[in-house]
Design a binder for this molecule. Sequence first.
Ligand code: ZN
Length: 418
Amino acid sequence: MIVLKGRVLDGNGGPPIEQGAVVLEGNRIRLVCRQSELPELEGTQCYTTQNATILPGLIDAHVHMGWGSATAVEWLSMTPQLSMARALRDMAQLRQQGYTAFRDLGSDVILLKPAVAEGLLDVPRIFGAGKILSQIGGHGDVYQKLSLEGSLGAYSPAFLVTGEDEVRRACRINARNGADLIKIMTTGGVFSQGDKATPHSHFSAAEIRAAVEEAENMGSYVSTHAQANRGIKMALKNGVKCIEHGFYLDEECIELMLKNDCFLVPTLAIMHASKTYFSRTPGVLPYLREKTERSYEAHYRSLEMARKAGVQVGVGCDFLGDESFGCPYSQATLELERLCAAGYTPMEVISMATKTNARLLLMEDELGTLEPGKLADVLLVSGDPGTDIQVLRQEENVKLVIQDGRIVKNGLDSQTRQ
Ligand SMILES: [Zn+2]
């Protein structure tokens, strides 16, 4: 048994338990209580640290393991081997930050699940979409300067599909590969040349509904990359459960999201990293800089509407794993800071990155809060992220990472072990 002592933030967002304790037995949480209420326990290992805080393992709800810089040139030279090697680096960096699970919205990382099951890899819990579904010429059509034939033949993070049958086929290939949800793209994006930030949408209503039906047949849901208003609404009106980015929301979108119990994952961190990069890098294509800046303001306005209306908001950085672009996974907790900058309290953001994100992984009964019976994915941190979210940015503050009851990172020196 493992006993952790410190201030307990249980992930529900309520006031912390000061002088608290969390007892783990096997891969489950056995007890969450005050230290004064701890029963006599035999054979326990006890851990604490200076100004200790105990919280659920963090979950990132929007990652792409193994992508790298994600430029067209980069995609052309991509191989499955290189992508997997990068994915291993990305997952190791996430774990050092205190992430014990993630939702991957487009990459081949789900193909590593059998290796995890075989005990060959020790990584955060993988919940992934497999390849993205995009329309021809959409955001997932990463080689828009190539001929269509060239584009369809090259390594790609997306299936370029047309019509309901191709949508269903792509969903079933993903399901066959172990996908946990379906990711589609109902608008273009900041980085795809030719896409407009102004009203537009991708995929027909019938194509979107086909993806939704296939996802429901898998016992899951569809999440969409959607930035422009028309593509957000098309998705919301046709059964999509989660909007990624959501730059241009309006009242109707908010109403639909509330009515249909939908989620928004704004991914503020990648936009922040992009804006920072473009502003300090000479020679950036003007369309990129302009699109980024226009979207940036709209993004925060939309999130403000969602926050005030009480839309469920998940936490995902949407990083690429690219150090030079300012978005390596070692900085994934930038997303938590940006959400605080957007008006959420640190306690709210911690609850969103644990409890809300566990719902996005369809694991709310097992993960996301510190409650007896749940899986033991728990962090011991030095400092109080409940009052200062930046505590989590320094990975040396994340002293213990426990996943499934096992200590997978131990940054405590021997004096602080009791
Ligand atoms: Zn993404």
